[in-house]
Write a protein that binds this ligand. Structure first.
Ligand SMILES: NCCCC(=O)O
Length: 815
């Protein structure tokens, strides 16, 4: 008899794959009662059952490494806790590099992993051969070995998590299909579901969408955006191979393959460069433990390489040719957190084929997030609020996921850009800039000029871990900004209008800076959480008594809108996204004033237009609101121009700037200039985990204001002292490059990582920012240490500074 569907729950978790089971397990462990997990057919029957079950801790960032390590540690304990055999075996893993570029990537990841106590060692081809005798290592350059990596039986991991959840009071009910998530007044009220043809409703305070490849369509029924799409994922399993002994998991990313030895057979799987999207027309109602048809032609090139790499495969019979669907997201990162559209609607889904290793940690992090109302640490990388509303477009998704499947094993070069599904969001200057050599990158769907090629120069990236083909272009752009005048199209900035009778008091509560300023004043500020962590980094321009314009990074717009809307209490305030209404044309550099005088009759003197103010100006035959601010550390104006007048204003600037040497500049130059000035970048240097005082942004916090979110945490930190400080580093050797995630070494010991890096073309070396622990230490003591940065295992000397190395007294900005 079917298990009864309850009428009420504290939380309904939708989906009985490893993700849903992990969320249920962790909520139940936290003491949540009335936890109900609903599975449409049988536990694991969507994707989990056919996963390869590799548990690899080498990930691209600190928090993904932290979460993967958590999963590995949990899965080791799960069998003893639940009595279900999980097949978890710490057989170790080896990843091999066939090129020097791959070696650099693996060794950089190893440095990062070591900074977080993951056991990892760089190894030579000979050592690889000793550990993996079947492997042809003739062209192997190097590898890394993680002895505590492993493999498991994915279905049993999910079953064990489900049992652990039940043991702690959760209900796990199979055969119940959720048809919609109900909501009222912007918050979740429960679900409607069908069991054996009968429809039921469950009232619930929270709903968690863990529906894997069904998650997008289910979310869509409530107006929620969860952009993902299924792709076919292929592997083969051989017949038993005589004499095959236990082996570590092997990854050969340069050949897009992984190898898992299991019970004397080999499983060989692929992340081919061009994948096959699946399920465009929806997923069959009775889908349950289904496989997709073979496509041997598609897999054959992978298999040919695999046979050369491991010649014993040539004679091993193929027992299974497997093809199963898995979900992929537009940026190859999964989704976690509360959606911006509905309060208490959570997601943990879209795992891009690393669901088993990710779900243990993700379930823990989401459960803590739901329990505490804030994530346990910075999860911006996987936060659902990074998804853009347009990304639910199925044609976009279908095109993009052909690329994201292969990205798991592709070279993760710095500045690597997506090649598919481009051009959805363009600024009014797109064609102008393209005609002048722009090479575009993409953020939040926006096409942005990243650098400008010279006439005759190839307009494409040549990726590398060394200087890329645009390094010289960046140098020239950078020096033009420092010595002359540069132009940046920053239209992708998110623009939010906050207005209404209570707009001022609302922003006073949300922002740490003083908002009660005269109309026309611009305030650089942060929105903080109760821990003093930074939720948003922005400028607020007061437009009138009751209207403010908030300018945020394009990538954080949805997050910032959600944060603002979530905090509207019983007050009269309207929050509107006005991003598409205005372009942002930035004129930056010591000659910026000369250029503005040529295109406008207005007065640009310090007296008439001081730093930190905005006013309407005439420009060419149009109008703009000129904001005197800078993200590159120079004299300059950001011109906010109605989109219809943008091309005209640009042409006026270009014509007037020709004999001043006006240089078109890209985002890479914006970044290299800002890092010389030690301006922080949200998502890298400052996150919701980073206390505003430790981030060195105390100057923007006005504790004299009576109350704002995070004020108590600021006062507590002032009292208790800092635990760490954000420090700027310059490598003394001008050759090596910094990107981010390199280990920071203080007096010989790894203490943290570089949060962002770029080349300081004016300062003459790579520049990075990173936190240094400093409990009880003065600034002088912090600076008295010797610092090095570890880059792919090599240590390079670095100078450290707590003040910006470029223009420490901000004289240029106010010139
Ligand atoms: N689903 C396959 C996982 C591949 C990997 O962990 O490298």
């Amino acid at each position: 008899m079917a298990k009864a569907v309850p009428s009420k729950a504290r939380v309904v978790i939708i989906g009985g794959g490893v993700s849903g089971c992990s969320v249920a397990y962790h909520l139940a462990k936290l003491g949540w009662t009335n936890v109900v997990l609903l599975e449409r057919k049988q536990l694991t029957c969507g994707t989990t059952w056919h996963a390869a079950g590799l548990i690899g801790q080498l990930r691209g960032s600190q928090n993904m490494t932290r979460l993967a390590k958590y999963s590995a540690d949990l899965y080791v304990k799960l069998e003893a806790e639940t009595g279900i055999g999980t097949g978890m075996r710490q057989c170790g893993s080896i990843s091999v590099a066939l090129t020097n570029e791959r070696k650099e990537e693996l060794f950089r990841q190893a440095s990062l992993a070591r900074a977080f106590n993951v056991d990892v060692r760089e190894i030579s081809p000979q050592e690889i051969k000793e550990m993996y005798p079947h492997l042809n290592v003739a062209d192997v350059v190097a590898g890394v070995h993680l002895p505590l990596d492993g493999q498991c039986d994915p279905a049993n991991i999910a079953m064990a998590l489900a049992k652990g959840a039940r043991q702690n009071g959760a209900q796990v009910i199979e055969g119940v299909k959720v048809t919609s998530v109900t909501h009222k007044d912007g918050r979740v009220t429960g679900v409607t579901c069908v069991q054996e043809g009968e429809t039921y409703t469950i009232e619930a305070d929270h709903v968690v969408n863990c529906a894997g490849m069904w998650a997008r369509d289910l979310a869509g029924t409530s107006g929620v955006t969860v952009p993902l799409h299924a792709c076919e994922h292929f592997y083969i399993v051989t017949e038993p191979i005589p004499g095959l002994t236990r082996l570590p998991v092997l990854r050969v990313p340069d050949e897009a393959t992984y190898y898992k030895e299991d019970a004397g057979k080999m499983l060989v799987g692929a992340f081919e460069l061009k994948a096959k999207p699946w399920g465009m027309e929806g997923i069959r109602e009775d889908f349950c433990f289904d496989q997709l048809p073979d496509d041997f032609d598609h897999f054959q090139p992978i298999l040919e390489d695999a046979i050369k790499r491991m010649p014993m495969l040539e004679t091993a019979g193929i027992h299974t040719f497997f093809n199963g669907p898995e979900s992929f997201t537009p940026d190859d990162r999964y989704y976690l957190g509360e959606v911006p559209e509905l309060k208490n609607y959570w997601v943990a889904t879209g795992y891009n084929s690393i669901g088993i290793v990710s779900s243990g940690g993700a379930g823990m992090a989401l459960a803590q997030w739901m329990n505490d109302g804030e994530p346990p640490f910075d999860l911006w990388e996987v936060d659902i609020r990074r998804a853009q509303p347009f990304q639910k477009n199925r044609r976009y998704l279908k095109e993009r996921v052909t690329e994201t499947l292969g990205l798991l094993y592709a070279d993760h070069f710095p500045y690597r850009q997506m090649a598919t599904a481009r051009g959805v969001r363009r600024t009014p200057l797109h064609e102008h800039l393209k005609a002048r050599g722009a090479v575009f990158g993409e953020v939040a769907g926006w096409e942005r000029a990243n650098w400008f090629a010279k006439p005759g120069q190839e307009r494409e990236y040549r990726y590398s871990w060394q200087r890329q083909n645009w390094f010289e272009n960046q140098r020239e752009e950078h020096l033009a900004v420092r010595n002359g005048v540069g132009f940046f199209d920053m239209t992708s900035f998110g623009k939010i209008r906050v207005e209404g009778r209570d707009a001022l008091s609302f922003l006073q509560r949300l922002c740490a800076g003083e908002m009660d300023v005269a109309a026309g004043r611009i305030v650089y500020t942060q929105m903080l959480n109760e821990r003093g962590g930074i939720e948003s980094d922005l400028t607020v321009t007061r437009l009138s008594e009751t209207a403010f314009l908030l300018v945020v990074p394009g990538a954080t717009l949805q997050r910032d809108l959600a944060w603002l809307r979530k905090h509207i209490a019983d007050e009269f305030v309207v929050v509107t996204d006005v991003t598409a209404a205005e372009s942002v044309l930035c004129i930056m550099g010591p000659k910026a004033r000369d250029l503005m005088r040529r295109v406008s009759p207005n007065d640009f003197s310090n007296a008439a237009h001081p730093f930190g103010t905005a006013r309407q100006i005439e420009v060419g035959m149009g109008l703009a609101r000129a904001h005197r601010v800078t993200y590159v550390g120079e004299l300059g104006w950001e011109l906010y121009v109605s989109t219809d007048q943008t091309a005209h204003v640009f042409e006026a600037l270009e014509e007037a700037g020709a004999d001043l040497g006006l240089k078109l500049c890209g985002i890479h130059t914006l970044d290299s200039c800002r890092i010389e000035k030690a301006f922080r970048h949200f998502g890298h240097d400052i996150t919701d985990e980073d206390h505003v005082l430790e981030a060195g942004l105390g100057f923007a916090v006005k504790t004299a204001k009576p109350a704002f979110i995070g004020r108590e945490a600021v006062l507590r930190k002032q009292e208790a002292g800092l635990d760490r400080r954000l420090v700027q580093f310059r490598l003394t050797d001008p050759e090596p490059l910094l990107f981010h995630n390199e280990a920071v070494v203080r007096d010989g010991k790894i203490v943290s990582i570089v949060t962002s890096g770029n080349y300081g073309h004016h300062l003459g070396g790579a520049i990075g920012l990173g936190y240094v622990p400093c409990r009880g230490e003065s600034e002088e003591e912090v600076l008295a240490s010797t610092y090095e940065i570890e880059i792919a295992g090599r240590r390079v000397k670095a100078e450290a500074s707590l003040k910006p190395m470029y223009d420490p007294r901000a004289e240029r900005v106010r010139a």
